[in-house]
Design a protein around this ligand. Structure first.
Ligand SMILES: [Zn+2]
Length: 65
């Protein structure tokens, strides 16, 4: 997952808490929205992309995720 496509709109979704950002009209716009919101994108251990919102990044740093 990470960016969901729905009726032509692209919505960034946190893979940990399922928080969502406002949808973009293109994949690139959604990537931009995600970057501006301070989200991180990385590959998980299976090689799939996952997105993490700032709250989940913080929780991971604190070891409470
Ligand atoms: Zn999250």
């Amino acid at each position: 997952v990470s960016i969901e496509r729905f009726h032509g709109f692209f919505t960034p979704v946190c893979d940990y808490c399922e928080a969502r950002l406002p949808a973009g009209e293109s994949f690139m716009e959604a990537v931009d929205i995600r970057k501006q919101a301070g989200w991180k994108s990385r590959k998980d251990k299976h090689g799939d992309w996952e997105d993490m919102c700032p709250e989940c990044q913080e929780a991971e740093r604190n070891g409470t995720l």
